[in-house]
Design a protein around this ligand. Structure first.
Ligand code: APR
Length: 255
């Protein structure tokens, strides 16, 4: 599997495999970013219907906006962990690769993962967009705590976080990118790490990508609805298991 003479798609690749990686909040947990449903997860103490729905934003836009400001500040202070680094390394070494992340943080990118090899299916917390027109912008600047809710410079409507809220459609262009990869040939390896895999499309993409013969590796300290389909499960933190999995791939071409 290791391409001595280089791999079919990429001469420079060291792992001649077609790889899909799917991640969730658990991958950023070791960077100090809360998960949603794990221990101390956001949804254990906070009500998602009060913070992550269009209705919540309509009801109390400042409450919602400030919660996302807090989360952006926390993410800016966080650093990618060995799980992010291992996935970035795999992205650079694998012949064909795509990361589908449910995470809205930028830790995969900051770990060096090429942006063209990633789809943030639930959006990007640093992107804000107008709640009415097509205006979007990237929130580079450190926000002033309690900064008031900005208005759209184009139409004057409220700006909102550029993430997908409960009850909202996924971005069709992003679904298209994932479908292109999933239907573009069976994967030799699918890794699903740090997600409770609650959404049907996550399980569907993982199983379709794996096809008949591919491997499906799950990395999660806890069982999930995907565990029954896994060919190997690592009941360990992603920051511990993923560097080992990727080292194994680099040393003998298969996990
Ligand atoms: N390493 C690997 N997995 C971990 C770790 C860790 N260090 N810590 C926790 N986990 C696992 C938990 O066991 C849990 O199964 O990560 C999973 C996190 O699950 P959720 O909190 O449900 O997060 P996620 O699956 O990403 O949620 C999906 O739901 O709330 C919405 O839009 C939000 O993108 C999010 C989506």
């Amino acid at each position: 599997m290791i391409g001595k003479g280089g791999c079919p798609e990429q001469a420079s690749a060291k792992i001649c495999m077609r790889v899909l990686v799917i991640t969730g909040a658990g991958v950023s947990a070791e960077s100090g970013i809360s998960t949603f449903r794990g221990k101390d997860g956001y949804w254990r103490n906070l009500d998602p219907t009060k913070l992550a729905t269009p209705e919540a934003f309509a009801r109390d836009p400042n409450l919602v906006w400030n919660w996302y400001c807090e989360r952006r500040q926390r993410i800016r202070k966080a650093q990618p962990n060995p799980a992010h680094q291992a996935i970035a390394n795999l992205a650079l070494q694998a012949d064909e690769f795509l990361l589908v992340t449910q995470n809205v943080d930028d830790l995969h990118l900051r770990a060096g993962l090429p942006p063209e090899k990633m789809v943030q299916i639930h959006g990007d917390i640093f992107m804000t967009r107008c709640s009415r027109c097509e205006f979007r912008r990237y929130e580079h600047e450190q926000e002033q705590d309690g900064a008031s809710l900005p208005k759209c410079p184009d139409c004057g409507a409220l700006m909102r976080p550029g993430v997908v809220w409960f009850g909202e459609q996924l971005d069709l262009r992003k679904i298209g990118e994932v479908e292109n990869f999933v239907t573009g040939g069976d994967c030799d390896l699918v890794i699903v790490a740090g997600t409770s895999a609650l959404f049907g499309y996550i399980i569907d993409w993982a199983l379709r990508a794996r096809g008949q013969a591919g491997q499906l590796i799950e990395v999660n300290p806890e069982e999930t609805s995907l565990s029954q389909f896994a060919t190997r499960s690592f009941r360990e933190p992603a920051g511990v298991a993923l560097p080992r999995v990727v080292d194994e791939l680099l040393s003998n071409g298969s996990a």
